[in-house]
Design a protein around this ligand. Structure first.
Ligand code: ADP
Ligand code: ZN
Length: 513
């Protein structure tokens, strides 16, 4: 194995997990590989065919991605080709059947639509594995669900005894289980690497959208441009992409633009100029995504809250692939959180709708929490982060002073309780802030003693407090259908009972009043 690695790829040692994964595949075991972007997943399916002298089938969602990989492999003297439904060239298919390739890349559509005779001929020549790259596309819980991926299990009937390998950088347990289930993996070998990208700094800031923020952003990016490395600015709408690109260009910054409404040619051109460092800044929607393998991206900025932490992790993860310190800033505004309906429009089932809302809420919590960002991200992916202070995120580097929030916590928890405990955070906060909206007067919540007592703080401030009380266990969130309610936990009840106005135990939270 080491010989093959050196001979074909020029590397002298395997990275963590690679060797063990390759061994399991060669033993014929199904495998699930969950590792961060840039950790070297591709090698896990590229080495076995060279050792087994049998073809590896690689299912990949994007033709451009396949082309890049095939080209890179050919340069290393490895026999690789790709097949897609768009191709008219049948000679590649003929060559493939007779086992001429070490690696054969296919779109999922192609793999499910080639005649069975193709597979039986290729089986005769020898298939060592089927790799399903970007395997999270199988899951409705993932951020990039693709219907065609759901059909891949059909290959199992034809390719009996060939090990299947699912690879992804998205690691929530639901997604993992979906991959194993959907590909009908039998007792798979599961390799989960750490998701900690130590060289990335994570920062989040609440902003007011508009011209004055864009000026600040342009100033920030000018500083970046003065140094080396590239920057991606992710926007949530095409309109924002256009506006920010215009502002950057007006300030004399050479910025490119990428979104779904550009013609293919313009998009390719844009992508290329970024890769070749002809532009240092790319302003884009999340359409600018898979296949960006540029090692020296130093900054990824999100203008607007992303739709999930999975997509945030992937998008921000495009920076610092070379291991050098890089930073990820997320700028959100309150309006970003009202977009659930917009995102749900693409849902095809109730289950999927719930998944979309859940994901959005997790991203929202990430924005509002005042504890270590890295810890929040890693724990979201099921990893235990052993410290409360990573020293490399905004919440860890600007430690907020802890203040006695007993009075405010008492008000919020008391009000949630008084409203019945079956609302989200918004309604009790509106009551505290003295709203007389119809929803409130109808229920006579304006007669509660809490009504108007929280006027001194903004709704956002109260929400941040609410999220903290949830993360400290004083409040609990329950999900019913697509609706989330917040109620006071037992711990919270204990706090409410022990709260006498003159001698209360101080509740210290990292917040300023
Ligand atoms: P992923 O698919 O997990 O995002 P890649 O497979 O694209 O990651 O690998 C990322 C980079 O790491 C590539 O440039 C690859 O050549 C390099 N790499 C992979 N394995 C090794 C290794 N054993 N030694 C050195 N470099 C490696
Ligand atoms: Zn931290």
């Amino acid at each position: 194995m080491e010989y093959t690695l050196k001979e074909h790829f020029g590397f002298s040692t395997f990275r963590p997990y690679q060797k063990e994964i390759i061994e399991k595949i060669l033993e014929g075991k199904d495998s699930l590989v969950v590792m961060a972007t840039g950790s070297g997943k591709s090698l896990c399916y590229q080495v076995p065919p060279l050792i087994a002298k049998k073809t590896a089938i690689v299912i990949s969602p994007l033709i451009s991605l396949m082309q890049d990989q095939v080209m890179a492999l050919k340069e290393r003297g490895i026999r690789a080709e790709h097949l897609s439904t768009a191709q008219t060239n049948t000679s590649a298919q003929k060559n493939a059947e007779s086992g001429q390739y070490d690696l054969l890349y296919m779109t999922p559509e192609k793999a499910c639509n080639v005649p069975t005779s193709f597979w039986s001929r290729l089986l005769n020549s020898g298939i060592c594995l089927v790799a399903v790259d970007e395997a999270h596309c199988i899951s409705e819980w993932g951020h990039d669900f693709r219907v065609e991926y759901k059909q891949l299990y059909k290959l199992r009937d034809v390719l009996v005894d060939v090990p299947f390998v699912g690879l992804t950088a998205t690691a929530t347990e639901k997604v993992r289980n979906d991959i194993v289930g959907s590909l009908m993996m039998k007792d798979p070998h599961i390799a989960i690497g750490s998701f900690d990208r130590k060289n990335l700094y994570y920062g989040v800031k609440s902003i007011n959208r508009g011209a004055s923020f864009i000026d600040e952003l342009v100033a920030q990016i000018s500083k970046y441009v003065a140094n080396s490395g590239s920057t991606i600015v992710y926007c949530t709408t095409i309109k924002d992409v256009q506006e920010i690109t215009r502002s950057l260009c007006e300030a004399g910054i050479n910025a490119g633009m990428y979104h779904g409404q550009l013609a293919n040619k313009a998009r390719e051109e844009s992508h290329r100029s970024f890769i070749r460092d002809e532009v240092q800044v790319m302003v884009a929607t999340i359409a600018f995504g898979m296949g960006i393998d540029k090692p020296d991206i130093r900054h990824v900025i999100h203008y607007g809250c992303p739709k999930s932490l999975e997509s945030y992790y992937q998008e921000s993860g495009r920076c610092g692939r070379d291991g050098i310190g890089s930073d990820c800033w997320l700028y959100f505004s309150r309006g970003d959180f009202g977009k659930a309906d917009f995102y749900c429009a693409e849902a095809s089932s109730e289950n999927q709708k719930k998944a979309i809302i859940d994901s959005l809420m997790a991203a929202q919590r990430y924005c509002m929490q005042t504890t270590c960002r890295r810890k929040i991200l890693l724990e979201y992916f099921g990893e235990i982060y052993p410290s409360n202070n990573c020293g490399n995120c905004d919440n860890c580097t600007n430690l907020k002073e802890e203040n006695d929030m007993s009075r405010e916590a008492f008000l919020l928890m008391g009000c949630i309780q008084a409203c019945g405990g079956y609302w989200g955070l918004n309604l009790p906060i509106d009551v505290l802030r003295g709203s007389r909206a119809k929803k409130i007067t109808e229920k006579q919540f304006d007669n509660l003693p809490y009504h108007g007592l929280g006027k001194d703080f903004s709704a956002n401030w109260w929400k941040t407090l609410g999220f903290q009380l949830i993360s400290f266990g004083y409040l609990v969130e329950t999900v019913k259908d697509t609706y989330r309610t917040v109620s006071v936990s037992q711990e919270g009840q204990k706090f409410l009972r022990s709260c006498r106005p003159d001698h209360q135990p101080p509740l210290l939270l990292p917040m300023t009043s």
